[in-house]
Ligand binder design. Structure first.
Ligand code: PMT
Length: 398
């Protein structure tokens, strides 16, 4: 292990709390420093003394007689954490986290931390499948909280269904993966395009589309997390961009200039942007005036196809990924683009499906290469991004 990592483990009140004793033991054997925070309810299941003994650190419990150091302690633990784990995580703590409620030691500390957070939910099936819990899970996932489980099976309350906490060994694996993330794109230069382009008719009006930038941003931040040197070429977007080297563009011609200027230096080019295919032939210099009920007729000309041009200039060993936004004949149209644009992989999304395409947090895609087609279920755009990058790694290995 490179350096000693610190894990703050929050334990909330559920029967699965006993499994967290084994988790602490496993993590200690791996050489991690583990600080346990129990909620008052959790102490009904496992005593603080058990966790103190297993972790070799004082177990922190929120009590009515808060010690003077209470405030300082929660901030120092929040800062010390390389990873914050909550196992078991009850519906109650998940709801508090989703809504920023900080009313005890654990909820206060997790709110203050900048570390990655992993939760292992455990509860009765009815509570897990309740709309409130599922909506809270969406909020947390979209905020980047990692989730393991829950598993299906027989629950302590006698019911059967989803709600069991994942086994300590599985949680341990997830912790190791988060503390020592995959660096399989290290040393690679990856360009990602994101967002819409804008084509002006006159100084105040334009044609564009609903791309928010979410899909491209998710790919850029996932690639950076996996060690790539990322260049993001960003059109018009409506969400916060990731922190990486960025080139801002507006029109399709700008996007063309930026991408073709940089593509020779790139190992991987992933084009998730939605460029306008057409622009107005003659952009009016002044605002177009209404003409007594007469229709406005615009002549549109074709914009350059950026992905096709990058495909023409493709270097040996370079991996080119495009997207296909379709409203019908998804795989047929996408496969045609794969060949015409000389791509290695095309990510086809039917943008008419709820939960897919423009301006959503999720996507439903089919990954198509020359000899393989993989349909993925609905997932967050970050998860889609990682699946695309897994495929890029596989394609590079030949
Ligand atoms: O940004 P979000 O709100 O998250 O939405 C995500 C998305 C729907 C924009 C994304 O998932 C997506 O599908 N992006 C591609 C949109 C598109 O332009 O699709 P297309 O089928 O028209 O183009 C095919 C490919 O050629 C794309 O990689 C596109 O970037 C590229 N292209 C298109 C036109 C053009 N003139 N030049 C291009 O390079």
């Amino acid at each position: 292990m490179d350096d000693v990592k610190t894990i703050v483990l929050g334990v909330t009140g559920g029967i699965a709390a006993y499994k967290s004793v084994e988790l602490v033991s496993r993590l200690r054997k791996r050489g991690y420093t583990v600080h346990v925070i129990e909620t008052a309810h959790a102490t009904e299941f496992v005593t603080p003394l058990t966790f103190s003994t297993m972790s070799n650190q004082p177990c922190i419990v929120d009590t009515f007689e808060r010690p003077e150091t209470w405030n300082v302690k929660h901030i120092s633990l929040a800062q010390a954490a390389d990873l914050f784990v909550i196992a078991p995580a009850t519906a109650n703590i998940l709801a508090k986290m989703a809504h920023g409620i900080a009313d005890d030691m654990l909820s206060t500390t997790v709110l203050a931390t900048k570390a990655s957070v992993l939760v292992a939910p455990a509860m009765n099936t009815g509570m897990w499948t309740a709309q409130a819990t599922q909506e809270n899970m969406w909020i947390l996932k979209n905020r980047g909280v990692h989730v393991i489980g829950p598993e299906g099976g027989r629950l302590a309350c006698g019911d059967s269904g989803e709600g069991r906490m994942s086994e300590p060994s599985a949680i341990e694996e997830a912790i190791i993966a988060l503390l020592h993330p995959l660096q399989d794109l290290k040393g690679l230069r990856v360009m990602v395009t994101a967002g819409a382009t804008r084509e002006y008719l006159d100084p105040v009006r334009f044609i564009s589309n609903e791309s928010s930038g979410r899909m491209g941003f998710a790919i850029a931040s996932a690639a950076a997390a996996r060690g790539a040197e990322v260049t993001l070429v960003r059109g018009i977007t409506s969400v916060a961009p990731p922190d990486c080297h960025t080139v801002q563009v507006k029109s399709t011609q700008d996007l063309y200039d930026a991408v073709t200027g940089l593509c020779q230096d790139m190992d991987v080019v992933i084009q998730a942007a939605a460029p306008c295919d057409y622009r107005v032939r003659d952009v009016a210099q002044q605002k177009i005036k209404k003409n007594a009920g007469e229709p406005l007729i615009l002549e549109m000309i074709e914009n350059p196809d950026i992905a096709a041009e990058v495909g023409r200039r493709k270097k040996p060993g370079q991996i080119l990924v495009g997207f296909a936004a379709e409203s019908e004949k998804l795989t047929e149209h996408a496969s045609e683009k794969l060949v015409r644009k000389n791509l290695d992989l095309i990510v086809a999304n039917d943008v008419t499906k709820p939960g897919a395409g423009f301006n959503t947090d999720t996507n439903i895609v089919t990954l198509i290469t020359k000899n393989q087609q993989t349909d993925l279920p609905i997932m967050s755009k970050r998860e889609v991004a990682d699946r695309i990058l897994d495929e890029v790694v596989r394609l590079r290995q030949g």
